[in-house]
Design a protein around this ligand. Structure first.
Ligand code: ATP
Ligand code: MG
Length: 574
């Protein structure tokens, strides 16, 4: 490709709307342009990188025996009503009507569509295992689109679905995808971690997320420093301290006391105001569920894990109560809720069992209670595991120390079981001619997010440093002055040979100053830069610089092509 004929609009300034490096750099390097909130166009350079990632995914899917399909994006409501997701999905699902007033949505994920195909086309056990995948645009009306294509509303996803005769076979299909995904991200040149993404509560570890390690990641990954345990903090388990029972000596209980805490609502405000540690306070959170409101208690320095709470209550339908509901239930504004005198079920985290003389909200405006004690002052409906992992918690497997890292979720694999096949009646006949339900798995990779994550992991103050396997071009030829015959002719000659050899090459044939060309070269981050200057050429030499290491090699012009091919091979094969 010739730069002068290409659409590669680089920007000098950092666009103000971009918060994270990958978003800034993708805009500055002319890879993407924003159309409207969370909706982006890929310009040629960006698209080339996208296609590289897609290519790697396709190869690995083929290698794993998965078969490519292409499903519709516009999906009829009826299909979604069969699985009740039409009601359950919430506002991320973009819904609209056609001219006949029929309801549709833009596909955010395609389980219903593929299960519909499976129930029509799979009749016999002989047709399984089968794994169907596609690479396609998805739409999710994200509440806060951000970081460019990393959390967009419209984005490209590889989604795949496996169909098996039973759980055991489904586990094998899952493992195949686990391995294939690991290869995809390794081949993209990413540093990543595979983490558990499902709490043991729901049964087994049948969901994993593929996390790219990056400072700007929105996910927190907990991992053990001694064993192989790693999990998303949302789902991380931990070893409880052995102190789960409290001393029952009544002399320990101090008299209950109400104190004024004007405008002190948060744990931080209240504990500072009362000069106590957050560990001596119990937070009371009111949730609304489809089974009615409940109160959930955790220690002041702990956070509720809503996933665990949902699993305990057996509902997906749970959210923090509105200001009005809190007032109705506690007779106090938000920030002053406490467990005393509540007429709704009260669930408490296990760590509260051992607490005595703690602080709670007073169920009255501007009031808290000191020296609250369970049993004497109020009752707990159920002690349960309710809280999130916190700093200092120990590994659930070996009790070892844990560390926290930030990550970007680029892939997610999930064993679905029969959730969709049952709801939609996807069955097959087994060897005995008996009808059975198909067992499914679902697997996704964010293609745009993978490119953004790769940049997030690999850049410097001058620009992007593309890993070779997903770089839009492998080599940039930079003739410092196209007006000098020797330079121009050599550039054209090497450009042609490299193209003939199948090398992906961009020739900066613009009549710009060397300064501009070098700046753009660093910004767009092509892994190898072949600089052609008069002084070197007169000696029959060319300069090859590696973007990542800054390493400079002066080699004979005749050896440039073979040298470049070897460097590309080394970087792609690792
Ligand atoms: P997140 O928790 O980040 O919203 P998710 O759990 O909703 O992700 P999945 O439903 O598992 O995501 O989708 C599969 C993959 O699609 C994700 O691993 C991610 O790489 C990508 N993805 C999801 N949402 C977006 C988005 N809004 N923009 C870009 N990529 C996305
Ligand atoms: Mg999401």
């Amino acid at each position: 490709m010739r730069y002068s004929k290409y659409l590669l609009p680089t920007l000098k300034e950092i666009p103000s709307e971009a918060e994270v490096p990958s978003h800034q750099l993708m805009l500055r390097a002319g890879m993407i342009r924003k159309l409207t909130s969370g909706i982006y166009s890929y310009l040629p350079l960006g698209l080339r990188s996208i296609r590289k990632v897609e290519g790697i995914i396709r190869e690995e899917m083929n290698r794993a025996g998965a078969i490519e399909v292409l499903l519709p994006i516009v999906l009829p409501a009826e299909l979604w009503q069969e699985t009740h997701r039409w009601e359950e999905y919430g506002k991320e699902l973009l819904r609209f009507k056609d001219r006949h007033n029929r309801d549709y949505c833009m596909g955010p994920t395609q389980e219903e569509v593929i299960t519909d195909i499976a129930r029509r086309e799979i009749r016999s056990y002989r047709q399984m295992p089968i794994n169907l995948f596609q690479i396609q645009t998805k739409f999710r009306d994200e509440i806060r689109p951000r970081f460019g294509v990393m959390r967009a509303r419209e984005f490209i996803m590889k989604d795949g679905y496996s169909f098996d005769v039973d759980e055991k076979n489904a586990d094998e299909s899952y493992q195949k995808m686990y391995d294939a995904y690991s290869r995809v991200f390794a081949r993209c040149g990413l540093k990543f971690k595979v983490v558990e993404a499902e709490s043991g509560l729901i049964g087994g570890h049948f969901s994993h997320e593929f996390m790219v390690l990056a400072e700007t990641g929105e996910e927190i990954i907990v991992s053990c420093t001694h064993c192989s345990y790693a999990a998303n903090i949302e789902k991380a388990e931990f070893k409880r301290s052995d102190r789960t029972s409290r001393s029952e000596d009544p002399n320990l209980f101090k008299p209950l006391q109400k104190v004024r805490t004007p405008n002190q609502r948060t744990v931080e405000e209240v504990t500072q105001f009362l000069s106590v540690s957050p560990k001596e306070l119990v937070k009371t959170l009111i949730f609304e569920t489809d089974k009615g409101p409940i109160a959930a208690l955790v220690r002041g320095d702990h956070e509720i894990n809503e996933k665990k709470l949902k699993a305990i209550l057996g509902t997906e339908n749970l959210q923090l109560a509105s200001e009005e509901t809190v007032e109705e239930i506690t007779h106090a504004p938000k920030g002053f809720a406490g467990p005393l005198g509540l007429s709704i079920p009260v669930l408490a985290d296990l760590d509260i069992q051992s607490m005595v003389n703690f602080v709670t909200g007073g169920n009255q405006k501007d009031a808290h209670l000191l020296h609250v004690n369970i049993g004497r002052d109020f009752h707990i409906s159920q002690f349960v595991d309710l809280r999130k992992f916190t700093q200092g918690d120990r590994c659930p497997l070996c009790g070892g120390e844990t560390r926290w890292d930030k990550g970007i979720e680029v892939g997610h694999i999930f064993k679905l079981g029969t959730k969709y096949s049952k709801a939609m009646g996807a069955a097959y006949l087994d060897e005995q001619g008996k009808e059975r339900i198909i067992v499914m798995g679902t697997y996704g990779i964010g293609v745009g997010r993978t490119v953004a994550a790769a940049i997030e992991q690999s850049y410097d103050e001058h620009g992007i440093i593309f890993p070779m396997p997903i770089a839009p071009f492998q080599v940039l030829i930079l003739p410092v002055n196209m007006k000098i015959d020797l330079i121009r002719e050599t550039a054209e000659e090497l450009y042609r040979i490299l193209l003939d050899e199948g090398v992906e090459v961009l020739l900066d044939d613009r009549e710009e100053t060397p300064g501009v060309k070098f700046k753009d070269a660093d910004l767009i981050g092509i892994p190898l830069k072949l600089t052609l200057g008069e002084r070197n050429l007169n000696k029959g030499l060319v300069e090859i610089k590696k973007r990542r290491t800054g390493e400079v090699l002066l080699i004979k012009k005749e050896e440039a092509v073979s040298g470049i091919r070897e460097m590309i091979r080394m970087e792609i094969e690792g």
